[in-house]
Design a protein around this ligand. Structure first.
Ligand code: NAP
Length: 209
């Protein structure tokens, strides 16, 4: 596919571009400050910032491109409406790492029997939004409005623990992302399934598995 990549110089963008090309896609990186002209391309992938993403994604939808959104912390509702009006797919995964999807699934299952839970999410200091999109999605799955603790430190990539406390015991479900390569298979899967999704917003890798 011919792809627009928004945020090509970012930490994820730098890992994603060569991996997409290695998978046979043609990638046009559109860095900050460049006019977003995506005419003639097949889809856009956005890994920018919560502040920039709403506008970069809107620009792509307005030029009739389906969008895969990795950027977290964006209010996607107005973009979902726009995608629906234009008959375009808007896909967002708060976490493109397959292991994180499993971590959320297992946490949902554990909460059925151990409902007292808290979440600790740990990310690189450059991550602007807190709590993370993954932590918020996990909290919904676990239910009961669990407390979320956010850690931002250098050296970290993306990590999350879901702790379940019971009488005399603690269950910890943990996922660690050590490099941005962890997000590549999820993005490739989203590209593969893009044409099978209904117009409007679809959220979560789970919807593709
Ligand atoms: P990053 O290293 O800070 O990169 C952000 C990129 O956005 C940079 O390349 C930056 O350009 C670009 N940018 C900033 N303002 C822009 C604007 N107005 N227009 C166009 N581009 C703009 O962040 P990252 O670690 O790659 O993460 C990017 C986003 O993805 C974050 O929201 C993060 O939370 C999210 N994320 C999601 C997942 C997932 O699985 N869903 C995984 C990892 C990260 P410059 O290089 O010019 O500054």
């Amino acid at each position: 596919m011919k792809l627009a990549l928004l945020g090509p110089r970012g930490k994820v963008g730098r890992a994603l571009a060569p991996a997409l090309e290695a998978a046979g896609h043609e990638v046009r990186g559109i860095p900050r400050g460049e006019t977003i002209d995506v005419q003639g391309l097949d889809a856009a992938i956005d890994f920018t910032t919560p502040a920039a993403g709403a506008e970069t994604i809107r620009a792509c939808l307005e030029q009739d491109l389906p969008c895969i959104v990795g950027t977290t912390g964006i209010d996607l509702r107005p973009l979902a409406t726009l995608a629906e009006e234009r008959g375009l797919v808007l896909f967002h995964a708060p976490n493109f790492a397959l292991g994180a999807v499993l971590m959320m699934r297992f946490a949902q299952e554990a909460a059925q029997l151990m409902p007292r839970a808290e979440i600790i999410e740990l990310h690189n200091e450059a991550k602007r939004d807190a709590p993370s999109g993954t932590a918020k999605a996990t909290a919904v799955l676990v239910g009961g409005d669990p407390a979320i603790h956010s850690v931002r430190l250098p050296g970290l990539v993306a990590h999350q623990e879901v702790l379940f406390g019971g009488e005399g015991q603690l269950l910890t479900i943990r996922h660690d992302t050590f490099s941005r390569d962890a997000f590549v298979p999820g993005v490739l899967l989203a590209l593969e399934k893009l044409s099978t999704l209904p117009p409007g917003l679809t959220v979560g890798l789970d919807a593709l598995l």
